[in-house]
Design a binder for this molecule. Structure first.
Ligand SMILES: [Zn+2]
Length: 267
């Protein structure tokens, strides 16, 4: 699943290229919606919301896409060679100077203004770590409403805080020595706030488009825990472990020595 930094970068690049421009032509591979409805509309704004890209339409509605594990938006100049197979293009929109192509999204929908306003998932998203006014207190309140959830699951729940995927989960919890399997209730407000501030800082750092980097030792190793199962912890030398976690069985990497199990503070 793309992390918040990837979605923000995608939305920013799309916004710069196509905001204010009119959809001159559009083709849709699958009958997801009536494609003729978007032709002739312009796109005033492309907005990242959690892991979603929302392209607002001049008519008041929006194209809502969620990239899932394999989806991507690409921009091409007319005649430019594509980096993905055209058969995987689900939506192609032609603007004055650009083609915007959506490949294999997990979800792509045309929302009316009303549907956008009432959209359960979009409206239920927690504060966005990369948003212009990240609300720490609100994110903390949402964590506390899920006190029994293991922290490694809670940080990825987009209705608590938006923007953290599997990579940032592993790295942020490692950096702050927090065990992914202990419940949210095991951690103090200060610890959770510090974790959120760290997430904000780290995601923002990685917005530039270079290789995502959480570790800066100069040895080419850019991650502390993510993807390092079986290797020695850079901090203590113990073996980095891997385990599946939560309903979706997302992989979690952690150092059991640096991130020891915590007991709930309620008990
Ligand atoms: Zn360690």
């Amino acid at each position: 699943m793309p992390e918040g930094d990837t979605i923000h970068r995608t939305a920013t690049v799309l916004h710069r290229a196509i905001a204010g421009q009119t959809i001159a032509e559009a083709t849709l591979r699958d009958p997801l919606f009536e494609v003729s409805a978007i032709i002739g509309q312009s796109i005033p704004r492309v907005e990242p919301r959690g892991k979603n890209v929302v392209m607002h339409l001049s008519g008041g509605g929006a194209l809502h896409s969620h990239m899932g594990m394999t989806g991507a938006w690409h921009l091409y100049k007319p005649g430019e060679e594509w980096h993905k197979a055209p058969k995987n293009a689900v939506l192609t929109m032609r603007f004055d100077e650009w083609l915007a192509v959506c490949f294999t999204p997990k979800m792509l929908a045309l929302l009316s203004a009303d549907q956008l306003r009432r959209h359960d998932h979009l409206q239920g998203l927690g504060p966005d770590l990369l948003g212009p006014h990240f609300d720490v207190a609100e994110a903390l309140r949402r964590f506390r409403a899920h006190n029994q959830l293991p922290l490694g699951e809670a940080v990825m729940q987009q209705n608590i805080v938006a923007g953290i995927g599997n990579i940032y989960k592993a790295e942020l919890l490692f950096l702050h020595r927090l065990d992914p399997f202990s419940p949210v209730s095991a951690y103090s407000d200060e610890e959770l706030r510090a974790l959120l501030r760290e997430g904000q800082k780290r995601l923002a750092h990685n917005l530039g488009g270079h290789l995502r980097q959480l570790r800066f030792a100069g040895d080419g190793q850019r991650m502390w825990a993510y993807g390092r199962s079986g290797k020695p912890c850079f901090r203590c030398g113990a073996t980095i472990q891997i385990r599946r976690q939560g309903d979706q069985g997302r992989t979690t990497y952690w150092c059991a020595k640096c991130q020891p199990t915590r007991m709930s503070r309620d008990s």
